[in-house]
Ligand binder design. Structure first.
Ligand code: PLP
Length: 384
């Protein structure tokens, strides 16, 4: 008789992610899908051609562990120009297999059993499993609807002798909120006399609206000196399926990061790195992204302005949250299900990102879609 080994799960509470569950349901019911955080339009043909060219030119073997030097160099220049901080291409930048890998790698590199990590809730879903699998403990700071402002006094009370890391995310998924300069200065002040590492998830760094400036951690000298910043080319160049991004940190932190990176990934696809290094030479490829997505946000919000949903316009990211409190008392996941089954429109319940599935009566919609898709979704929302 064959007996399967007994499994002692390291993540007994983890279930299939809401994105997979809703995505499957949306496909099954042929629903318009504004749930998933990816564009339903093509990337720039110029970028696709650059990848093909790199393949044809024989750039098909392993890239170095840190990533292609020319890509690290152009990233270093870009960050210096935009945020005023110099990261050494040689020692302080790594090309990663998407931000998810960078986040997992950073947490694995620094979190030991019993270490505490502060996470602001609602939060993107990949932080906590990575903390847990490394034996760390998540300490939550809850942000309240509808503004989801950080209460920095409350935040301060969560710091203990065991706090090893803080994770932040701006622009924020799922809320579409950005950190202000004041938020960053408060955080800098609070962390100044500590030994805490800051992990800053900045995957939507270029998707920011209404003339605001992305307050990257790298703009704040003291914060930058204790921070690992993760970003995603997938989000920036409409190629989420490529799973490629970058990570920057001061040399001492990056050295430890790379010790893990070299054994869980080693290096990421070389032809794509060649293409990105060339594509990044034209600044408008990323500097115009905010205006591009702001147009989509405005199109969507204008199309639903007479609906019964309430909203504050998203400040950044792919996402707009809509408040349905004047429409129904249903729980958000029940409403998401009903919208798919009865109205053929998919969204994400914000409770999935909240502590203990707190129900704020908010649904998350991704507006990184073609205008015709946004219009179809709006036509449905206007009838609800
Ligand atoms: C806030 C946030 N962080 C990280 C990621 C993961 O990025 P990547 O696809 O580059 O792994 C996402 C993707 O949706 C995200 O929204």
């Amino acid at each position: 008789m064959i007996t399967a080994p007994t499994v002692n799960s390291k993540l007994p509470d983890v279930k299939t992610t809401i994105f997979t569950v809703v995505g499957d349901l949306a496909r099954k019911h042929d629903a318009i899908d504004l749930s998933q955080g990816f564009p339903n339009f093509e990337a720039d043909p110029e970028l696709i051609e650059l990848v093909s060219k790199a393949m044809r030119n024989g750039h098909n073997q392993y890239a170095g562990m840190k990533g292609l030097p020319e890509l690290r160099e152009i990233l270093s220049d870009k960050i210096k120009k935009l945020n005023g901080h110099h990261y050494s291409p040689e020692n302080e930048i790594t090309i990663v297999a998407g931000a998810t890998q960078a986040i997992y790698t950073a947490i694995t590199a620094f979190i030991n059993a019993g270490d505490e990590v502060i996470v602001l809730k609602p939060a993107y879903d990949c932080y906590e499993p990575a903390i847990k699998i490394n034996g760390g403990l998540t300490v939550h700071v809850e942000l309240d609807a509808p503004d989801y402002e950080v209460d920095w006094e409350l935040f301060k009370t969560k710091i203990t002798a065991k706090t090893k890391m803080v994770i932040i995310n701006t622009p924020h998924n799922p809320i579409g909120r950005i950190f202000s300069k004041n938020d960053m200065l408060r955080l800098q002040e609070i962390l100044r006399s500590t030994n805490i590492i800051l992990l800053s998830d900045e995957v939507y760094e270029h998707i920011i609206f209404d003339g605001e400036i992305h307050q990257s951690v790298s703009r704040f000298k003291d914060l930058a000196s204790r921070s690992i910043i993760c970003s995603s080319f997938g989000k920036t160049f409409h190629v989420t399926g490529w799973k490629i991004g970058y990570c920057v940190a001061p040399q001492e932190l990056m050295h430890e990061f790379q010790k893990v990176h070299q054994f869980n990934v080693f290096c990421v696809p070389r032809p794509v790195q060649h293409a990105l290094a060339t594509y990044l030479e034209k600044e408008h490829h990323y500097l115009e992204l905010g205006a591009f997505y702001q147009k989509k946000r405005d199109f969507f919000l204008d199309a639903i302005k007479d609906s019964r949903f309430k909203f504050t316009p998203s400040q950044g990211s792919f996402f707009q949250i809509l408040d349905y409190s004047e429409i129904t008392d249903e729980k958000d996941d029940e409403l998401v299900r009903r919208l798919i089954l009865e109205h053929k429109l998919a969204s994400i319940p914000v409770s999935e990102f909240n502590l203990n599935y707190r129900n704020d009566k908010m649904l998350r919609f991704c507006f990184a879609k073609k205008e015709e898709t946004l219009q179809q979704a709006a036509d449905i929302l206007n009838k609800i």
